[in-house]
Design a protein. Structure first.
Lengths: 386, 510
C-alpha cells in the first residue's frame, strides 16, 4: 500500500482527466443512449440496465466512504451496512407515508402497520411526511449515530481487529432490531411497495432516469469531496495514521479526532448511498443491512483497490455487475465466487484491480521509458469502459 | 351417557371396597365384555366398572382389541377403563420415568380408586422422585375429597411438596365461595380449606421463584460453556498468531456434520445395540476432521497472511462463505442428530428443577477442555513452546523453536476445538450449514472482552456474556438483550480497552 504516498504529478493529472471523461460517459452518454436510439438498436441502453447502473453507482458512493476509512486510514469497519440502512430506511419511511391511501389496505398507515394492528402512526414516523426532513435524516441520522459510536470506540482506543469485531456486532444488533415487528420498521419484510417520490411516479422510466442522473451527480460530488479530503492536510494525517498510529500520536496529533472525522464522513456517504438506493430498487429489508452485506461492501473496495478512490468505484460496479450476472445464471455458484474473491483479493492482488493495472502499466512504461502514455491505462480501468 | 359415567366413577371406591373381598369369577368378566356391546348405557357402564375392578393385566389387550373395532360411544366408555389399567400396569414398569409418568397420569384421571393403587406402589418404590410424584398424585386426588379435613391435610402436604402441578387446583379451592346452605360448621370448614390452600400456594410460589432463578443460572452457564468451547479455539488462534479466524463457526459446522456422518454410519453398518456409542466416536472424530481441515487451511492460506490480521479476517470470511455453501450443496438445508439415549432426559436436582443431561454434558465438556488446555499450555514442553512463540516470536525462533510448526499445530488445535464444540452443539440443536454463524459474533465478543492472550479472560468473559444473555432475556427479550450486551461491552471497553485480562507491560502495540 506504499503507492498512496507517492502519487505522481502525472497520476493526478490523468485522474482529473479520466474523472471528466467518465463523468461525461455516465452523466450524459448513458442516459442519452437510453433515450435516443430505438429499442433493439445495439446502441440502446435499456431502462433496466440504466436502473442497474444507478444502483451500482449508489453503492459506489458508499464504497468511496468505506475506502476513505479503510483504504486511507486503515480502519476496517464491518458495520457500514447499518449506516447504509439508516439512510435507506429514512427515505423509505417518507415514501411509505407518501403512498397514502393507495396502499393495499387503503389506510393512510403503511400496510405492515395495519397488518400488525398498529392504530396510530408512531411518533418517530410523523416528521417523515416531509420529504426534506427525510432527505436530511437520511444523511444526518447515520452521521450522528456514527459520531456517537465512533466517539465511544475511538476514545477508548479500540482499534484494528477489535474495531472490526465491534462494528460487526453492531451490524448484527441492527439487523436483529430492524427485524423486530415492534420497532415499527416493517420487520423482516422491510419497507416496499413504494409508489411515488416527490410526486413523480417511480414506475415511470423518466423518474428512474432522473434518479440515475441524481445518483451520478452525487457520486461525482462524493468523489470530489473525498479527493479534497485526501489531498488536504487532514488526508496526509489519515494516511499517516494508517501507516503508524503511534508516530502520529507522538507527533502531537490526536488520531482519535481524525478517525472520528473520517468515520463520520464515511457514515454520511453510506447514508446518502442508502437514500439513493431505495427509490431505484424499490425495497429495503433488514437482510440488506446485516453482517453479510456489510462485509460484502468491504470486498468491493478490496477488489477495486483500496487506497485509491477510482478503485472503490470500479470495485463496487464490477463486483455488483458480476453478482447480478452470476446470480441470474448460476444462483448456487455466487457464494463460492464471492468467497473465492475474498481469498483471491487478499492472497494474490491485495491492491485490487487498480493496483494490478498500475503494476502492469508501470512495467510496460518502464520498458518503454516514456511518460506520455500514462493516463491511458488508468482511464482504461474506469467504469465507463465496462 | 357421560353424566352416567361420572356418577358411576364416584361410587367406584365403595364398590371396590366391597368387591375386593371376593373377586368376581371369570364368568363375570365374560359377561361384562359381552355387556359392553349392549345398547343400554347403564348396562354398558356397569360392565366397564366391573372390568376396572378386575385387577387383571391380561384384560388390557382384550379391551384394546375391543376398542379397535368399537363405535364412538363404546370407545368413550372404554377409554377411562383402558387408561386406568394401562397406567396401573405402568406403575410397576422397570423404567422409573415410566413409573413417574404413570403416577402423574393417574392423578390426572383423578379417581379415588387409584389412591390405594398408588399407595401400594409407593411401598415398594425404590426411586425417590417416583415416590415424590406418587405422593403428589395421591394428594392431588385427595384434594377433591368431600371431607374438608382430608382436603386441608392434602393442601398442606402439597405445599410441603412444593408441587407446581397443584397450583391450579389449589387456586380453585382458595377462590371458592362457601356454599349457601352449608350452615355454620360448613362455612367455618370451608374457610379453613381456603386458608390451607392459600398457604400452600404461597409456599409453592416462593419456592417457584427460587427454582426459576436456579434455572436461569443453569441456562446461563450452559450458554456460557457453548461460547467458551468456541471462544477457546478462537482465543488461542488469535492470541498466538494474531489471526482472526472468521471461518471458526464453519469449523464448528464441520464438526457437527462429522458427528452427523458418524451417526449415519453407525445406523447403516453396525448393529442397533451399538448405536448409543456413536457419540463417543464422534467426539474425537469431529476434532480430527476439523483439525485436519485447519491444518490444510493453515498450509494453503493462513501462513501467507501472518502479521496482517485484517487480511486474515477477510480471507477466512471467504473460506466461511465457501464452506457454508459447500455444506448446503452436499447436505441440503437441515439435518438433525439423534442424541444418544444416555444423554436424553435429565437429572432431577430438586423439586421443580430438572437439569437436562445434554446441557450438563456440554458444561462438563467445556470444563474438561479448559482443564486440558491449561495442562497442555502450562505443564508440557509443547505448551512452553507455544507460550514462548506467543510472547516473542523472533526470540523463540532464535532459540530453535520451530515457530512455523508451532503455528500450524496451534491453528489445527484451535480449529479442532471448534469441531468438538460443533459436535457438542448437535446435542442441543439442528445441524445446518449456517450453524456457526449463530455463535461467531458472540464468541468474538467474548474474545474481545476477555482480552487477547489470556485464557482466564476468555473464561470469565464467556461466563459473563453467556450469563448476562440469559439474565437479560426474560425481561428484555432475546433481541434487546443482545443489543444491550453490545452496549455494555462497548462501555466496558471504555474502561478497559484491551479487555479484562490484558497482558501488562509497556510494549507498544504494532
Amino acid at each position: 500500500m506504499g503507492e498512496g504516498k507517492e502519487i505522481s504529478q502525472e497520476h493526478e493529472r490523468s485522474e482529473g482527466l479520466s474523472f471528466w471523461l467518465v463523468g461525461f460517459c455516465l452523466l450524459i452518454l448513458l442516459p442519452l443512449l437510453n433515450v435516443l436510439p430505438e429499442t433493439g438498436s445495439w446502441l440502446h441502453v435499456s431502462d433496466f440496465t440504466l436502473n442497474l447502473f444507478g444502483k451500482f453507482l449508489a453503492f459506489a458512493i458508499l464504497a468511496l466512504g468505506l475506502d476513505l476509512i479503510w483504504g486511507y486510514t486503515g480502519i476496517l469497519s464491518l458495520g457500514h451496512g447499518v449506516f447504509f440502512g439508516l439512510g435507506a430506511y429514512a427515505i423509505g419511511m417518507y415514501m411509505m407515508l407518501s403512498i397514502g391511501t393507495e396502499s393495499v389496505y387503503g389506510s393512510a398507515l403503511p400496510d405492515f402497520m395495519v397488518w400488525n394492528q398498529v392504530k396510530e402512526l408512531p411518533l418517530f414516523w410523523q416528521p417523515f411526511h416531509s420529504p426534506w426532513f427525510a432527505v436530511a435524516a437520511a444523511v444526518l441520522v447515520p452521521t450522528l449515530f456514527a459520531a456517537l459510536f465512533g466517539f465511544l470506540a475511538f476514545r477508548s482506543r479500540i482499534k484494528g481487529v477489535y474495531f472490526s469485531i465491534i462494528t460487526q456486532a453492531l451490524a448484527l444488533s441492527a439487523w436483529l432490531v430492524f427485524n423486530r415487528n415492534e420497532t415499527n420498521l416493517g420487520g423482516t419484510n422491510g419497507l416496499t411497495d413504494f409508489k411515488t417520490l416527490l410526486g413523480f411516479r417511480l414506475s415511470e422510466p423518466g423518474t428512474q432516469r432522473g434518479l440515475y442522473v441524481v445518483t451520478v451527480l452525487c457520486l461525482g460530488g462524493a468523489y470530489l469531496l473525498c479527493r479534497w479530503i485526501i489531498r488536504s492536510r487532514t488526508g496526509k494525517v489519515l494516511v499517516a495514521i494508517r501507516d503508524s498510529e503511534q508516530r502520529v500520536l507522538f507527533s502531537g496529533y490526536s488520531p482519535a479526532n481524525y478517525k472520528l472525522f473520517v468515520f463520520v464522513v464515511s457514515a454520511a456517504l453510506a447514508g446518502l448511498a442508502g437514500a439513493l438506493y431505495v427509490p431505484q430498487v424499490g425495497i429495503i429489508t433488514p437482510a440488506q443491512i446485516g453482517v453479510l452485506p456489510s462485509i460484502e461492501m468491504v470486498i468491493w473496495v478490496a477488489v477495486g483497490g483500496r487506497g485509491t478512490l477510482v478503485g472503490a468505484v470500479v470495485g463496487s460496479v464490477g463486483v455488483n455487475l458480476g453478482r447480478s450476472v452470476l446470480t441470474n445464471h448460476f444462483p448456487e455458484l455466487w457464494p463460492f465466487f464471492l468467497g473465492g474473491l475474498f481469498i483471491a483479493v487478499v492472497l494474490f492482488f491485495p491492491e485490487g484491480c487498480v493496483g494490478l493495472v498500475r503494476k502492469i502499466s508501470g512495467g510496460w512504461l518502464s520498458r518503454k521509458r516514456t511518460g506520455d502514455g500514462l493516463d491511458k491505462p488508468v482511464a482504461a480501468s474506469e467504469p465507463g469502459s465496462r | 351417557m357421560l353424566l352416567g359415567l361420572c356418577s358411576l366413577w364416584s361410587s367406584v371406591g365403595q364398590v371396590w371396597a366391597e368387591e375386593s373381598v371376593a373377586a368376581p369369577p371369570p364368568a363375570a368378566v365374560e359377561k361384562a365384555l359381552a355387556d359392553l356391546s349392549s345398547d343400554d348405557p347403564s348396562v354398558q357402564d356397569a360392565a366397564v366398572l366391573t372390568l376396572i375392578e378386575q385387577d387383571d393385566a391380561g384384560l388390557l389387550p382384550r379391551l384394546e382389541e375391543l376398542r379397535g373395532n368399537a363405535d364412538r360411544g363404546l370407545r368413550m366408555a372404554l377409554k377411562p377403563a383402558i387408561d386406568l389399567l394401562r397406567n396401573k400396569n405402568k406403575l410397576h414398569s422397570p423404567d422409573p420415568n415410566a413409573r413417574r409418568s404413570a403416577a402423574a397420569d393417574l392423578a390426572a384421571i383423578g379417581k379415588p380408586i387409584v389412591v390405594t393403587w398408588l399407595e401400594d406402589a409407593r411401598k415398594a418404590e425404590p426411586d425417590r422422585w417416583v415416590r415424590y410424584t406418587i405422593d403428589e398424585s395421591v394428594n392431588l386426588i385427595k384434594l377433591a375429597d368431600p371431607d374438608p379435613q382430608v382436603k386441608i391435610a392434602a393442601a398442606a402436604k402439597l405445599g410441603e411438596l412444593r408441587s407446581q402441578n397443584a397450583i391450579p387446583l389449589l387456586t380453585e379451592l382458595a377462590g371458592e365461595t362457601a356454599p349457601e346452605a352449608g350452615g355454620g360448621t360448613g362455612q367455618a370448614e370451608h374457610m379453613l380449606v381456603a386458608r390451607a390452600a392459600k398457604e400452600a400456594i404461597e409456599q409453592i410460589e416462593s419456592w417457584g421463584s427460587w427454582t426459576s432463578a436456579i434455572e436461569t443460572l443453569f441456562r446461563g452457564i450452559s450458554l456460557s460453556s457453548v461460547l467458551l468451547l468456541m471462544a477457546l479455539g478462537l482465543a488461542i488462534i488469535f492470541g498466538l498468531m494474531g489471526v482472526i479466524n472468521m471461518a471458526h463457526g464453519e469449523f464448528m459446522m464441520l464438526g457437527a456434520y462429522a458427528t452427523f456422518l458418524t451417526q449415519e454410519c453407525f445406523k447403516a453398518y453396525l448393529p442397533i445395540g451399538l448405536f448409543d456409542y456413536y457419540f463417543l466416536l464422534a467426539m474425537p472424530g469431529s476434532f480430527l476432521v476439523a483439525g485436519l481441515f485447519g491444518l490444510f487451511l493453515e498450509a494453503t492460506l493462513i501462513r501467507f497472511l501472518y502479521g496482517r490480521p485484517l487480511e486474515t479476517l477477510l480471507a477466512t470470511w471467504g473460506v466461511s462463505l465457501i464452506l457454508i455453501q459447500g455444506a448446503r450443496v452436499v447436505f441440503g438445508d437441515l439435518t438433525s442428530v439423534v442424541a444418544p439415549s444416555w444423554l436424553s432426559g435429565g437429572m432431577q436436582a430438586m423439586v421443580g428443577v430438572q437439569l437436562p443431561y445434554n446441557r450438563l454434558f456440554i458444561i462438563a465438556l467445556a470444563s474438561l477442555c479448559v482443564a486440558g488446555i491449561y495442562l497442555l499450555l502450562f505443564r508440557t514442553g509443547v505448551g512452553l513452546k507455544v507460550r514462548a512463540v506467543m510472547q516473542n516470536r523472533d526470540m523463540s525462533a532464535c532459540l530453535s523453536i520451530p515457530t512455523r510448526k508451532v503455528d500450524a499445530y496451534t491453528f489445527a488445535f484451535g480449529t479442532g476445538l471448534a469441531g468438538l464444540a460443533g459436535c457438542a452443539l448437535t446435542l442441543i440443536g439442528n445441524v445446518e450449514p449456517g450453524l456457526g454463524q449463530n455463535y461467531i459474533v458472540d464468541s468474538f465478543m467474548v474474545v474481545v472482552t476477555g482480552g487477547v492472550g489470556k485464557l482466564a479472560g476468555t473464561i470469565v468473559a464467556s461466563l459473563g456474556i453467556g450469563g448476562l444473555n440469559k439474565l437479560l432475556e426474560p425481561s428484555f427479550g432475546a433481541v434487546y438483550g443482545k443489543v444491550l450486551i453490545l452496549v455494555l461491552v462497548i462501555l466496558f471497553l471504555q474502561r478497559r480497552p484491551s479487555g479484562l485480562f490484558a497482558i501488562k507491560g509497556r510494549h507498544v502495540e504494532s
